[in-house]
Design a protein around this ligand. Structure first.
Ligand SMILES: *[C@@H]1O[C@H](CO)[C@@H](O)[C@H](O)[C@H]1NC(C)=O
Ligand SMILES: *[C@@H]1O[C@H](CO)[C@@H](O)[C@H](O)[C@H]1NC(C)=O
Length: 250
């Protein structure tokens, strides 16, 4: 069997650049080319910059400008990570008031250059450093205060991260963390493939339509005929530096 059968492709690039918007995208999409997907926690649609309605937030698994950063902490948490860290709720915090460190483990090693910490109080009052896979701190660690509750931790290079330990007196105040390698730049880009099984169903664009379900209208997958080589190919509207690609298979 050499047919390509995929539901979705997610290709992550480190930078979030929101296009200036034009009207007329179908519901659930925004941006100049309508290739940014809305990621609000209730509504399907969003504002012209991906902004969510007043009583909403980004849905689980997304954060940042226009809810475009893919949050790996919400998608790939290991058994040893306490749930308050990745429950999409910044009001549930570390129950251990004596904690001296907090460990977050991913299910598999992932290249990461920065992550975000939400604290119950102003992170400026605390000192901490970060260990990666049990080692560190690293000389190139930098901390940037984002607002009264949020601090971003960055490194000068990309490390293959299996787990992160936050060490210091900020530990008892930590409420959530978000880890990202960027946004999905595959969405709504041009794709084609060597053949399409079963007419219009199974066409190449199904892998970049934003749906990972195999049940959307019965035509959410890419399916080629059985052939060698079976090829699916993606063309970007503009170049991206890509750190990671995911393929969702049926
Ligand atoms: C959506 O987010 C808002 C604001 O944080 C929250 O009050 C609400 O419960 C959330 N709804 C769902 C369905 O997650
Ligand atoms: C896919 O599209 C590219 C660019 O338009 C074209 O050169 C190529 O022949 C196409 N491939 C297939 C298999 O249709």
């Amino acid at each position: 069997m050499s047919a390509v059968v995929w539901q979705a492709v997610m290709i992550l690039s480190s930078y979030v650049l929101l296009d200036s918007s034009v009207q007329g995208c179908s519901p659930g999409w925004f941006g100049q080319h309508c290739d940014f997907q809305c990621n609000c926690n209730v509504s399907l649609s969003c504002g012209s910059q991906g902004d969510c309605p007043p009583n909403e937030r980004c849905k689980l698994g997304f954060f940042g400008p226009g809810c475009q950063y893919v949050d790996l902490a919400a998608r790939s948490s290991g058994a040893s990570s306490p749930p308050y860290l990745f429950d999409n709720d910044e009001t549930s915090c570390n129950p251990d008031s004596q904690a001296t460190s907090v460990l977050y483990a991913l299910t598999h090693g992932t290249p990461v250059s920065w992550f975000r910490i939400y604290s119950r109080y102003n992170p400026r009052q605390y000192s901490f450093h970060v260990k990666i896979n049990g080692f560190g701190p690293y000389d190139d660690e930098r901390q940037y205060l984002v607002n009264q509750h949020v601090v971003d931790v960055m490194w000068g290079e990309v490390y293959e991260i299996k787990d992160i330990t936050i060490v210091g007196n900020i530990a008892p105040t930590i409420c959530s963390i978000q880890i990202t390698t960027g946004r999905n730049v595959a969405l709504k880009q041009f794709a084609n493939q060597s053949s399409v099984f079963n007419g219009a169903q199974g066409q190449a664009s199904n892998a970049v339509d934003g749906y990972t379900s195999d049940k959307i209208n019965g035509n959410s997958c890419v399916v080629t005929r059985e052939e060698a080589p079976a090829i699916w190919r993606l063309y970007f509207r503009r170049p991206h530096i890509v750190s990671r690609a995911y393929v969702y298979s049926s």
